[in-house]
Design a protein around this ligand. Structure first.
Ligand code: NIG
Ligand code: FE
Length: 391
């Protein structure tokens, strides 16, 4: 059945239009309509030119954007770390070592508990407009525990990332190279069949550049595509490695050097910024303005995890990116939709164009600007995923 969504005051298509200003990739239409046929978008354009359809939905002069593409999350874990957050807000520093406490809680959880939790997060995200989500492992850190996490993630998304190299687990303390042997050997064997991506936390306190290269190259040899956590806690060589290996994305980038920015600008590697992390760890926000002006492709994602960023709200991340990272509302919405799609090397999501998946968000506002202008207000009025209304 065909459904026409019409009377859209502002439609963000992310398909660059003739006449868009310099740098505007949002492809914005006013007085617009979208035709949905089955799981796909069949047509988008001026409401006055809309084709006939069996069902017509009046958007009531509101804004429509593509469903959010959240290209970085860690949704399969046990326990929480609220006390750690409270201590941080009282002045304690964030350290990657906190990951180990979630590893213990995750290993102790049953598969049913992890699955129920994961599905709860996905429902929470969908209600906030996220229609595509990438999910990483990384709180198992043993062959059986990592396999369990990627397998559970694969039940709910094709965007599964094997992050066995998240940190070195306590039982391998002082033997990090041996742990890398495990990750690139039996753990990869067990996890690769469930995953699309290979990731590594390339950072002081996690894995060195040489170790990260081993992890990524082993994953690539098994058909996984690389993405990298880097420059979260300080500057390092992770960006250079990611660009050299043709990673789809380098994520965090809180501390980027001019050389990093130059390397990213001349590459196909997306920089995925995670405003929830700087918010929740009290680190300085990266200057997205500097990055976009230099020609870097920027995505925004939540990095939902119990340690560094326990938000699942893309509208929240957009508001912070606009308020504190120098992005315009249009750039932030692009980064949270088309940018996320690029970070996952997908062209069927993040855009409203014929042939794309019918993943749409109707906002309770006349423009997308309101996502940053009215922070904290639930503005997601209706979500469609694969053409079906959600909720
Ligand atoms: O993406 N950077 C490493 N990993 C997570 C943090 C996980 C945690 O603190 O539990 C991140 O921020
Ligand atoms: Fe992360």
């Amino acid at each position: 059945m065909a459904t026409l969504l019409t009377n859209i005051a502002e439609l963000t298509t992310n398909v660059a239009l003739h006449g868009d200003g310099p740098g505007d990739r949002t492809g914005t239409l006013t007085d617009a309509a979208v035709l949905i046929e089955g799981e796909r978008i069949a047509w988008a354009g001026a409401a006055a030119d809309a084709p006939a359809a069996e069902e017509v939905i009046d958007a009531g002069g509101r804004a429509v954007i593509p469903g959010f593409v959240d290209s970085h999350s860690h949704l399969v874990f046990g326990g929480e770390r609220a006390a750690e957050f409270e201590a941080r807000m009282a002045g304690q520093k964030y350290a990657a070592g906190g990951i180990r406490s979630t590893v213990a809680a995750t290993r102790a959880a049953t598969e049913d508990e992890l699955r129920a939790r994961l599905r709860g997060f996905l429902d929470e995200m969908l209600a906030q407009g996220t229609t595509t989500v990438e999910i990483k492992s990384g709180y198992g850190l043993s062959v059986v525990d990592e396999e369990r996490l990627v397998r559970l993630a694969a039940e709910v998304t094709p965007e599964v990332t094997f992050l066995g190299a998240h940190v070195v687990p306590a039982e391998y303390a002082e033997r990090s190279d041996e742990y890398v042997d495990l990750v690139t050997g039996p753990m990869l064997d067990a996890c690769a069949p469930h995953a699309k991506w290979i990731d590594v936390f390339c950072e002081t306190g996690a894995f060195t550049v040489a170790q990260s290269r081993r992890v990524l190259e082993a994953g690539i040899a098994r058909g996984l595509a690389p993405r990298v956590h880097a420059s979260q806690l300080g500057p390092g060589d992770g960006v250079r490695l990611a660009v050299e290996l043709g990673a789809a994305s380098i994520d965090h980038g809180t501390y980027l050097t001019d050389a990093d920015v130059g390397a990213l600008a001349g590459s196909d590697t997306v920089l995925t910024l995670l405003p929830g992390v700087e918010f929740s760890t009290r680190q300085p926000y990266p200057d997205a303005r500097r990055l976009i002006d230099a020609g870097v492709t920027v995505a925004l994602a939540c990095d939902t995890n119990p340690g560094s960023s326990f938000t699942s709200s893309m509208p929240f991340c957009i508001a912070v990116a606009v308020r504190d990272m120098g992005m315009t509302p249009g750039e932030a919405v692009w980064a949270a939709t088309a940018g996320g799609a690029k970070a996952l090397r997908r062209d069927d999501v993040g855009v409203i164009a014929p042939g794309a998946r019918a993943d749409l968000v109707l906002l309770d506002a006349p423009t997308r600007i309101h996502l940053a202008y009215r922070p904290g207000v639930p503005l997601v009025r209706q979500v469609w995923k694969d053409g079906d209304p959600v909720g």
